[in-house]
Write a protein that binds this ligand. Structure first.
Ligand SMILES: Cc1ncc(COP(=O)(O)O)c(C=O)c1O
Length: 492
């Protein structure tokens, strides 16, 4: 296929150059209706903020330039079908779950799945079978789930409709996806992959294998995170025949706007073209920069970076060096503190921080100059080192609470807000996540135990980052009304 073409971008350019008079939406009519924005972002950009029309195709049932562009993307990534998304990988993840699960169907997923997976569970009515990811105590991060646990769960629940994976994870660790795919397919269960952090994998053989190459059935990939398209633009890929493309399209049409941004669609088209032509070179350069940053940061006293050595630990079969996860415990700072010093003093914004780590994301857009600035800044921060002693590790996570009803039932049930300390036996209406390692202690529909309340108390006293509930101090929690299981379940 002619990967040097960009059908959507070519069509919008042609449309805009032809100076077609717009008696159609969007109402800014080429920028005249919002001159302040037009003057800042420029005439060209606002002129291609167009809508579906015959020469530009229709995303709900593409037959023209969107169809052509999606075919080119499928061809490049080695899929049978590609679907362009203008509501991020979130939209792709929800569609993946809804494509394989109806109300009451079971799906296996890691406990630390992104919140869009919870959205997919609520929208579909599916019942989650959670597997806890492995934890790396040294870095305080979660890894992948193991093939062994996937097999055991499938043996207990052979009626499972899908296995959902995060691959690779935010920290750049990658589970043994080929083995998980082989096991799942031996039960004739499709594998759905959240590849939000893996759109670049295909373009370098030293990176972990891409999920499509490993045989995954459906993969949602954040093109915007790593391969150059604009924020909010992602792709969903389908291969093999366990899931029908018509079903995926039908599901996408439920949540997708009927007015997709042609700026976003053009950026997907051009990102695909660029990766087809220059992808290997661009990714190689990003890897080179990230290896150099790693080599410089790992010799700073008090800093630790995981590399090859982490491979082979439970839940980690490979790793992606372009996610530079720097453990700063030994400097006496939390990851949050390093993030804020880098931002305020050195004009550097990191991708993510947690109690122990900061993550520097290196991609095809980075420069050596920025890499030098980052390393120089971290060296200066390390000079302020205050470390004196080993920080206390968090106690092991409590076991996954019992699920009394599906996330969907919990979402649609009436709720009330009560004091956390009085909530034993109640059913949670909201999730509570702890960072690190980014794993929910509670999900909607699960029963609250004294063990969970005590654990939250410990985390609060350690100033851990707890997220999810409406009450940010986590003194109150939203629970379902008239649903206390204390007597029935004999929970202490
Ligand atoms: C692991 C993971 N999955 C899914 C998403 C959602 O992707 P998007 O922001 O493209 O909707 C994110 C976003 O950060 C993520 O980190």
């Amino acid at each position: 296929m002619k990967q040097t073409r960009a059908p959507i971008f070519e069509a919008v350019k042609k449309h805009s150059n032809n100076k077609i008079i717009p008696f159609h939406v969007p109402g800014h009519k080429g920028g005249g209706g919002l001159p302040e924005l037009r003057d800042y972002i420029g005439e060209h950009l606002i002129a291609i903020d167009l809508t579906c029309m015959p020469d530009l195709d229709n995303i709900c049932s593409p037959k023209g330039v969107i169809h052509e562009a999606e075919k080119l993307a499928a061809n490049l990534y080695g899929a049978d079908h590609a679907f362009f998304l203008t509501n991020g990988t979130t939209q792709g993840i929800q569609a993946m779950i809804m494509s394989v699960c109806a109300e009451g169907d079971k799906i296996i997923l890691p406990r630390n799945a992104h919140k869009s997976a919870l959205g997919g569970l609520i929208l579909s009515g599916a019942l989650p079978l959670y597997i806890n990811p492995e934890i790396n105590e040294e870095f305080g991060i979660s890894m992948g789930i193991t093939p062994k646990k996937v097999r055991e769960t499938l043996e207990h629940h052979p009626d499972t409709k899908g296995v959902f994976l995060i691959y690779p994870n935010y920290y750049g660790t990658a589970s043994h996806i080929s083995e998980i795919v082989e096991i799942s397919h031996s039960f004739d269960v499709p594998v759905l992959v959240d590849e939000a952090h893996g759109a670049h994998l295909k373009f370098n053989k030293d990176l972990p294998i891409s999920s499509l190459e490993a045989g995954a059935d459906l993969t949602a990939s954040s093109t915007h995170k790593l391969t150059g398209s604009l924020t909010q633009s992602s792709m969903l890929f389908l291969q093999k025949d366990r899931i029908s493309p018509q079903k995926v399209k039908k599901v996408l049409n439920l949540t997708q706007t009927t007015s997709p941004s042609y700026i976003l669609l053009s950026s997907l088209d051009l990102a695909r073209k660029q990766m087809a032509i220059y992808g290997e070179k661009l990714v190689e350069r990003a890897i080179e920069i990230s290896h150099w940053i790693r080599s410089q940061l790992m010799v700073i006293e008090g800093c630790k970076i995981f590399g090859e050595g982490i491979v082979g630990n439970p839940g980690c079969h490979d790793y992606d060096p372009t996610k530079v996860t720097l453990n700063v415990q030994g400097l006496g700072f939390s990851g949050y503190e390093v993030e804020s010093i880098l931002r305020e003093k050195y004009r550097i914004q990191v991708e993510l921080s947690d109690l122990y780590n900061v993550i520097f994301l290196v991609s095809i857009g980075d420069t050596w100059e920025n890499a030098f600035h980052l390393v120089g800044s971290m060296k200066k921060i390390a000079l302020q080192k205050t470390y004196n002693g080993t920080p206390r590790p968090f106690p092991p996570l409590p076991k996954i609470p019992k699920m009394i009803m599906s996330p969907r039932e919990a979402f649609y049930s009436p709720t009330k807000v009560i004091n956390l300390e009085n909530s034993v036996g109640e059913i949670s209406a909201e999730p509570i996540m702890v960072y690190p390692p980014g794993i929910p202690l509670l999900c909607p529909g699960e029963i609250i135990s004294q063990e969970i309340i005590d654990y939250i108390g410990i985390l609060k006293s350690e100033n851990a980052d707890l997220q999810g509930p409406i009450d940010q101090g986590i003194n109150k929690i939203s629970v379902l009304t008239n649903c206390n299981f204390l007597d029935k379940m004999q929970i202490t």
